[in-house]
Design a protein around this ligand. Sequence first.
Ligand SMILES: *Cc1c(COP(=O)(O)O)cnc(C)c1O
Length: 353
Amino acid sequence: MMWRGIIERYREHLPAIDKSAVISLQEGNTPLVRADNLRFFLKTNLEIFLKVEGLNPTGSFKDRGMTVAVSRAAEKGQKAIICASTGNTSASAAAYAARANIKCIALIPKGAIALGKLAQALIHSARILAIDGNFDDALRLTKEIVAKYPITLVNSLNPDRIEGQKTGAFEIVDELGGAPDYQFIPVGNAGNIVAYWKGYKEYHQAGKAKKLPRMMGFQAAGAAPIVRGEVIENPETVATAIRIGNPANWQEAEAARDESQGIISAVSDDEILDAYQMLAALEGIFVEPASAAGVAGMIKLCRQGYFKKAARVVCILTGHGLKDPERAVKVTEEPKIVPANIGDVLKAANIEG
Ligand SMILES: *Cc1c(COP(=O)(O)O)cnc(C)c1O
């Protein structure tokens, strides 16, 4: 059967949307890939799966939430949507707004979003405003605007976003035949950890999953307000998608952590970039740095001997590596320049000589 996106697939679990009003790019149905190379490398008896959300239509999990948020806004006759964004929300909002034929306005922190994401938002004709401030400033301004004007906010404060994003948990349970023991996930504005937890709980209540996973959230050490228990005024990290100092879903994320007996902890930029390179080199999966935060957390706990017995884990890889190609070039070696003759090429390629 043809895949028609998460609203058609999970209609009975989602807010009512008329069939004719659905705005979809056939998001969802992303691969759940076994990571045995990583498992052998870590010498762990964890069974590791990677949910490759970078293969959504605009290259991040935001599309799951955006199809619901934009469909509902358009169905109500809204003419415009607005978001604050570290990049992927604006890329996704711009694409779905284009398809819905409504206006999209995105406030981004000046100079702090990856080039691929900016390119996406621009080419889909969103109105992009680079704010001389950080994400938290952009979100504050966005909230002020929607309080006064008939424009729909499509950040994860919009419950429709959470509704759409919970379908990631449904897909995992549908595919594995149950919930994993642990789910690792990066935490920025903290909507996605809340969405996954909601999805697992709803499937559990519906009898589709016998157990619930522990939610294992990871923030970047320089942008770890939940871990530190205080707002971070100037968050800093290479993982720009989670460079957030005052998460909108803070309390709900703590509830997900506590109800699931999980943790929310921090990983350094070095740990994030190690995991980022490991995923690419060992598993052939290219993610953007923020997406590697959950994997970095899993690796760190493995090395600390945290897991006492075999368990099944799923890591959510939130966005595609091509969003931020400059980072990949920066952490690797430049290609060697070789004279155009066969002898030098064979030598340089370590084939001969
Ligand atoms: C948005 C985003 C995150 C953070 O998700 P939250 O719901 O804000 O916690 C992580 N990784 C990527 C690639 C993202 O785009």
